[in-house]
Ligand binder design. Structure first.
Ligand SMILES: [Zn+2]
Length: 261
């Protein structure tokens, strides 16, 4: 397996949204957004304990390359990765909803990549899909670290649990596909292409799972992760970019709908 070290971190909630939350709320909500932004910066610069304790690469033996293998860990509200193993193909089903959703969502992504593209896991070589839930106390993001998936809880008001949207799970796992296939960066044009691929695969995984065609799809990214305190329908709208939310806290969705913008 190619050993690619990535310190870039894409969270499904971009920093401009978290900055808005930090600046337009008070007390707990503001503190939570600030703490999330600071932790994202630590992850990006490799200062977080998390990246020092990276799990060992989960390369598959040749015999297992076309089998779906998932491990879901529970960080038990710490920032330590990967945490305690909570569910796998060889373990009884967990009763924890976030564990279940991380497991099912990574499975749906695996199935789509394999059934539609013949891709054996995200590296094409049967890599085990590792996820950690209950990351931190109210961490407001979901992200791919370069090795595994990480999911926060959200604060329950502005963001709910980040495992709730399968397109968010598939978006982040697709950063893994891009990392192994093309190693696109996270800045400028390549960054935009990287993000777009993740949104496109993300929504297709949801459509595939629900048996929807293009007309039936809502084309929304993160429709289930916005909390009750936010006026909006999702983090991004692929059908109508720039209309996902218009809210006193988050501001207006700035997503451009055309290259000229
Ligand atoms: Zn992304």
């Amino acid at each position: 397996m190619r050993n690619i070290q990535h310190n870039h971190v894409c969270g499904v909630v971009p920093s401009h949204i978290l900055t808005r939350v930090a600046e337009h709320t008070e007390d707990e909500a503001s503190g939570t957004a600030r703490a999330t932004l600071e932790h994202m910066r630590e992850l990006a610069t490799g200062r977080a304990a998390t990246l020092i304790e990276r799990p060992t690469a989960a390369a598959a033996p040749a015999s297992a390359r076309s089998r779906k293998r998932r491990h879901v860990f529970d960080a038990q509200y710490t920032f330590r990765l990967p945490g305690k193993l909570a569910m796998s193909e060889n373990k009884p089903r967990s009763t924890d909803v976030e564990v279940q959703e991380a497991y099912e969502g990574s499975g749906a992504t695996y199935d789509f990549l394999y059934d539609v593209y013949g891709l054996k896991s995200i590296d094409g070589r049967g890599m085990r899909l590792d996820s950690t839930v209950h990351y931190g106390t109210s961490f407001e993001n979901a992200l791919w670290t370069g090795r595994q998936m990480v999911y926060g809880h959200g604060d329950g008001r502005i963001f709910t649990r980040f495992t709730a949207s399968v397109d968010v799970i598939a978006h982040e796992l697709t950063h893994g596909v891009t990392q192994y296939a093309a190693a696109l960066g996270y800045h400028g044009q390549t960054g935009a292409l990287n993000e777009h691929l993740s949104d496109a695969i993300g929504i297709m995984v949801k459509q595939y799972l629900l048996g929807q065609n293009a007309n039936e799809s809502d084309w929304l990214i993160g429709a289930e992760i916005l909390g009750p305190a936010v006026k909006g329908v999702a983090v991004r709208s692929m059908a109508a970019p720039g209309t996902a939310y218009d809210d006193p806290i988050l501001g207006r969705d700035p997503q451009p709908s055309h290259m000229r913008d």
